[in-house]
Write a protein that binds this ligand. Structure first.
Ligand code: NAD
Length: 330
């Protein structure tokens, strides 16, 4: 099978590419990526020499870049996106271009070339924010209530996917996942930011009161779910992906401080982000029941492994530090 992974020089995509290329030598995997600040060939280095791996640099918003790659694909998994909330607040335009125009361009390319299957990767942030004491979690029928430029651009992309599926009968699936963490995540996101600061003996900046609850998942567990849904998901169906592990940012930072043997004096409280969502939580029942999927890692296990990876790979993250935007825990 010929598989195209867009945006797979980024965090989640590079983990998915590694899994796919190594575990399925019978498949040919093409990573299609523009290599923005967030995309890195270094994250794919161990794959470069393998015969079933190919890298193509290109822009998902450019038909001329996409068409030659999509033309003979059996399966496309779309991960390419602008993904950082602080960058979206500072300048939403690249989010509109890549996340909305890019998704529309890819949908049109899939339509022109009759691609047999395409899967679109999205986020829990499209559903908006829950109150801390709300017993509910979002499910596949929850209304879309995006509250920031990033989540609004992803929500728009999800609507396009459903519209192309309904209108043109394309064989498309969609998944919305909660907050990921693990190796190869750009060090401006909460967990790698905190880890790389602590490795360097610096304080961890924390937005507001830190009572912002996120539903955390190990990136490897997300990638397992993505492969299942991309291969076997029912066309037109959305799957929510979550390890059902809700942790407040303050608690998360305390767990990291414990791993490093540091005290609360290593936390630096900083002014809150505008429109900061309080809580995200997803119900992954459909994914569990249809595929028997379950996360293979506990949160604490995955957190310790992630710390180990960043400690062992300063050559990967140190050159990225000058490019970090934002820098407070989300
Ligand atoms: N990180 C999370 O916690 C999370 C959670 C749920 C969903 N998602 C979604 O998963 C996907 C991947 O997220 P990530 O965290 O790996 O993001 P990332 O920012 O690490 O990687 C994005 C990749 O897309 C590439 N890219 C950006 N613009 C492009 C363009 N115009 N054309 C081609 N490539 C382009 C970048 O070079 C980069 O390699 C995104 O769609 C994101 O919305 C992420």
């Amino acid at each position: 099978m010929k598989v195209v992974l867009t945006g797979a020089a980024g965090f989640i995509g590079s983990n998915l590419a590694r899994q796919w290329v190594v575990e399925h030598p019978e498949d040919t995997v093409t990573v299609f990526d523009l290599l923005t600040y967030a995309g890195r060939r270094e994250s794919l280095r161990e794959l470069e020499a393998l015969p079933n791996f190919r890298f193509v640099r290109g822009d998902v918003a450019e038909r001329g870049d996409l068409d030659p790659v999509v033309a003979d694909a059996d399966l496309v998994v779309h991960l390419a996106a602008e993904s950082h909330n602080d960058r979206a607040i500072a300048d939403p335009r690249p989010f509109v271009r890549t996340n909305i125009v890019g998704t529309a361009t890819l949908l049109e390319s899939c339509r022109r070339h009759d691609v047999p299957r395409a899967h679109f990767v999205s986020t829990d942030e499209v559903f908006g924010s829950l109150e801390l004491d709300d017993p509910r979690r979002f499910d596949e029928s929850s209304p879309y209530r995006p509250r920031g430029p990033y989540s609004a651009s992803k929500a728009a992309a999800d609507h396009l996917v459903r519209a192309w599926q309904t209108t043109y009968g394309l064989p498309l699936t969609l998944s919305n996942c909660s907050n990921n963490f693990g190796p190869y995540q750009f060090p401006e996101k909460l967990i790698p930011l905190a880890i790389t600061n602590l490795i360097r003996g610096r304080k961890v900046p924390l937005y507001g009161d830190g009572r912002y609850v996120r539903d955390w998942i190990d990136v490897g567990d997300h990638c397992r779910a993505l492969e299942l849904v991309a291969r076997k998901g029912r066309p037109g169906v959305t799957y929510l992906i979550s390890a059902e592990t809700e942790v407040a940012n303050l608690e998360l930072v305390h767990r990291l401080l414990a791993i490093f043997g540091s005290g609360p004096d290593m936390i630096e409280h900083v002014a809150d982000r505008p429109g900061h969502d309080r809580r995200y939580a997803l119900d992954p029942r459909r994914l569990r029941e249809e595929f028997g999927w379950a996360p293979a890692h506990t949160f604490d296990q995955a957190l310790s492994e992630t710390v180990r990876w960043y400690r062992a790979h300063p050559e990967w993250w140190e050159p990225l530090l000058p490019h970090v935007v934002g820098g407070a825990a989300r």
